[in-house]
Design a binder for this molecule. Structure first.
Ligand SMILES: [Zn+2]
Length: 80
């Protein structure tokens, strides 16, 4: 085994894997939590904390006509 192969094996052995989904930490900009959880699994867990009923009610309160009017004004401004 030459030096390059040894380095490759060493990198392979030192890789960490997410404790939930086994994704390796070799992907660029991947930072695991202290508990060894990858960003995707952390995000998935965070979604469980979202009050979806509250969000749905917020969405229901959106005045669609007002949004459309504002979009129309913006598109007119862009044309100038
Ligand atoms: Zn994961």
């Amino acid at each position: 085994m030459d030096r390059g192969e040894k380095i490759t094996w060493l990198k392979f052995l030192l890789m960490k894997y997410c404790k939930l989904c086994l994704q390796p930490d070799s992907r660029p900009n991947t930072v695991f939590t202290e508990k060894g959880i990858c960003p995707a699994c952390s995000y998935f867990d965070a979604l469980k904390q979202v009050d979806w009923q509250e969000r749905f009610e917020m969405l229901e309160d959106v005045d669609v006509e007002e949004v459309l009017n504002r979009l129309e004004v913006l598109s007119e401004l862009k044309r100038r």
